[in-house]
Each structure stands twice: as C-alpha cells, then as structure tokens.
Write a protein that binds this ligand. Sequence first.
Ligand SMILES: [Zn+2]
Ligand SMILES: [Zn+2]
Length: 198
Amino acid sequence: MQQQNSLMNQLQPDIQPLSSEQQQQVVDETQVCIKRAELLLAIHIKPVEINFTLKGRAAGMYRVKHHGSRFFGREHREIRYNPYIFSKYFDDNVKTTIPHEVAHYVSDMIYGLKNIRPHGKEWKTIMQTFGADASVTANYDLSGIPQRKKSLYSYQCNCREHQLGPVRHNKIKNNRGQYYCKHCKQTLLFKQADTELA
Ligand SMILES: [Zn+2]
Ligand SMILES: [Zn+2]
C-alpha cells in the first residue's frame, strides 16, 4: 500500500485531478453559463455533453464529431475539460475556461463553426456578453495551445481506422484521389470528422 502511494506521488507530484464534487461544480457552472447565454441572447440551445476526458496542455476544448454523410449524418457536441489543469488553476478556469468553451458552443449554435473564425468577433461578442475578458483568454490561448481549428478525418478499411488530414480528405471528397490501406489493400472509406477548438 505504502509502495503504491509513493509510486503515485512520483507520477503526479503536485497536481491532483478535480474531485467529483469539483467536477459537479464545473458542470453546474457550465450549465449556468449556457442558461445565461440563452437569457441574454434570447435563444434556446440544446444541451451539450460536458466531460473531463481532455488530456494534454489545454484546460478546455470544444469538439464536434460528425458521423456519416454530410446530409444524413449525426453530430455530437462536447465541452471537454482537463481535470489536472483545471484543478491546478481552479478559480481562474472557472472565470475564463468555462465562458471560453461555452462561447465556442454558443457561437457554433448561432452561426455554425464553418462560417466563423474560432476566436473571431462573434466569439468575442459572446465573451463580452458574459462579462468575461476575451483578452485574458487570448494570452491563455497562446501558451502552447493551438488557436486554429483542427480537423481530423477518420477513415476505415477492413483492418483498422486511419486518420487523414484535410488535404487528403478533400481530395477523396472531390474525387481527385483514393487511398488504400498498406496492410489489407482495401480502399479507405469515410467514417467520421472531428472539429476541435481549444
Ligand atoms: Zn487495412
Ligand atoms: Zn478557444
């Protein structure tokens, strides 16, 4: 038991992830923020998944997954929080990360992500509506966190899943190219597109 504890301490020397009470508090604050957007902007937006599965250097991320075809597909939206980084700067993240991610979600609901820039004027206006400082978050974004939209496309062959970037994805979409799996020699078929905003 003691040995296990010291091993844990070595892996995570300082930062403890959010406790379940803190996670509930973050979920509640996020819901309050969404409710405020609905009242202030006189809109109704559907519920979004909120989870704590984010790893890496960003405290939060807004992600849209598109399954299937453009016209008959399903979309799934999530606000993801990083339980370690959020915990390390808890009060700051409540003040900045929550409105930051909610503003991505709300601007997606109002305008559609493909019609706006990730931290453009639509997003900034929503941040101002929240009374959140968009310039503070600009600093936070630049510290190693990608500012641009990241799109990843999942393709499937007979044996595994492949991730393609936007260039190859667009070639396939416009019938200017086909890609084959090195292992099973099958044509890659489109499965899912993910858009992520930090
Ligand atoms: Zn294969
Ligand atoms: Zn952002």
